[in-house]
Design a protein around this ligand. Structure first.
Ligand SMILES: CC(C)(COP(=O)(O)OP(=O)(O)OC[C@H]1O[C@@H](n2cnc3c(N)ncnc32)[C@H](O)[C@@H]1OP(=O)(O)O)[C@@H](O)C(=O)NCCC(=O)NCCS
Length: 172
């Protein structure tokens, strides 16, 4: 496991309920591991994350993409029986021309509101800085309070997208 990314890209996160979760970059040949996360997420969460795109369809389309400059962090949790589960993903999708990247994140419903999203995003921001990115941005619906909490906590700035969308961005 791992090997393609430096060890400092991995971290341990303590959830607000005291449980511990490992966060690490997912390698290109491990994208299948996300299938379980998408299967166990509610339609509502998938809609917020993927819009009208089908999650599994999207996963199939991204599987063959190596060396795109994209990065996916996953949160992994060992349950009481010692079984490993992927309970969150947090991506940036790099536009190589501009050096900026769009963020997307999903935390499994039964692990939401325990600060996992905040911690994954914080780690993603640190990695983006180390990787020399110029800007991160997120399109956030005004009704998505948990995501708004995260971008505000991490000091993203609100800007109107060209199409009138709610854009939050962080410049380095
Ligand atoms: C957005 C998402 C990733 C957040 O992950 P998370 O692990 O729940 O986030 P955190 O626990 O770090 O932070 C969420 C914050 O929102 C708060 N919150 C949640 N629901 C809320 C509500 N209805 N009203 C006010 N605050 C709310 C939580 O209390 C928490 O704040 P706190 O840490 O100050 O207590 C998760 O909700 C998710 O996967 N949603 C579906 C997909 C999605 O929306 N992706 C983003 C698309 S841009």
């Amino acid at each position: 496991m791992g090997g393609m990314y430096p060890p400092e890209f991995n971290c341990e996160v303590e959830l607000s309920d005291g449980r511990c979760v490992q966060v690490r970059p997912l390698n290109f040949d491990e994208y299948d591991k996300l299938e379980e996360l998408y299967t166990k997420s509610t339609e509502e969460s998938l809609r917020k994350r993927f819009g009208w795109t089908d999650a599994r369809e999207w996963l199939r389309s991204i599987k063959g993409c190596v060396d795109t400059g994209n990065l996916c962090l996953v949160a992994e949790y060992y349950n009481e029986k010692g079984k490993l589960h992927v309970i969150g993903d947090c991506w940036y999708f790099l536009d190589k021309n501009s050096g900026s990247a769009e963020i997307s994140i999903l935390v499994r419903d039964d692990f939401q509101n325990k600060r996992l999203g905040t911690n994954m995003m914080r780690q993603l921001v640190e990695i983006a800085k180390k990787e020399g990115l110029y800007r991160l941005f997120a399109l956030v619906n005004v009704t998505n309070t948990p995501m708004l909490r995260i971008v505000q906590r991490l000091q993203f700035q609100f800007v109107h997208g060209a199409d009138g969308s709610n854009l939050y961005r962080l410049d380095f």
